[in-house]
Design a protein around this ligand. Structure first.
Ligand code: URA
Length: 202
């Protein structure tokens, strides 16, 4: 982290491309992480979605939200009539934090300290993109955007992140971990309803 932070302090990027070059060349600030998975989407996108960190598939593909959680995310966007190509999608932490277990790479949740190390990048990135609404998906994104460990459930819905409209919802992987069909149905409907509301306010 110290090396990466020093590298950041040395360079003040004047564009998203310049920032992305810095992110791509900085060493990971978490255990694991072969490469930085950069945010994706147009400058000036009305909506920016923030996840936790790239997973195994994202690390391999070099693109955010392309694995199992990404498929849930894509389906919900489609259902709500949001074109993924028109929105900005990024992560609070830019590297895949994992431990190796045999052939598998097991996802590890980033610590609050690690999330804070990545906050400067996220803030700079969102300032360049300039969305009307920033959407935090899950507790890590909320921590990254507010600096506070706020519970998602009691804060779900419209909010503000600094001076921008914000929205807090669950992380799409939450929908993959539910025990029964009734809960899945209920949580899916609530997630799609959030996406529809986000589309309205954007
Ligand atoms: N989960 C995330 O938070 N981000 C991704 O890019 C993929 C899975």
């Amino acid at each position: 982290p110290e090396k990466a932070l020093a590298a950041m302090a040395d360079q003040t990027p004047n564009s998203l491309d310049a920032l992305n070059r810095i992110i791509a060349s900085a060493p990971p600030m978490v255990e694991g992480g072969t490469r930085a998975v950069l945010g994706e989407g147009p400058l000036g996108a009305a909506i920016a979605f923030v996840g936790e960190q790239p997973g195994d598939q994202e690390d391999l593909a070099g693109r955010p939200f392309v694995g199992p959680a990404g498929q849930v995310f894509d389906k919900a966007l489609e259902k709500a009539g949001i074109d993924r190509a028109g929105v900005y999608v990024t992560n609070a932490v830019k590297h895949f934090k994992y431990v190796q277990r045999g052939k598998r790479r097991l996802h590890q949740r980033p610590t609050a300290g690690e999330v804070k190390h990545y906050r400067w990048w996220l803030k700079a990135e969102l300032d360049f993109v300039g969305p009307r609404v920033i959407v935090a998906m899950g507790a890590t994104a909320v921590l990254a955007l507010t600096g506070k460990a706020l519970p998602v459930t009691s804060n779900r819905g419209e909010t503000r992140f600094d001076n921008r409209a914000g929205y807090i919802t669950v992380h799409p992987s939450h929908l993959l971990r539910l025990p029964d069909e009734a809960a899945k149905r209920r949580e899916w409907d609530a997630f799609v309803a959030d996406m529809r509301r986000i589309r309205e306010i954007a």
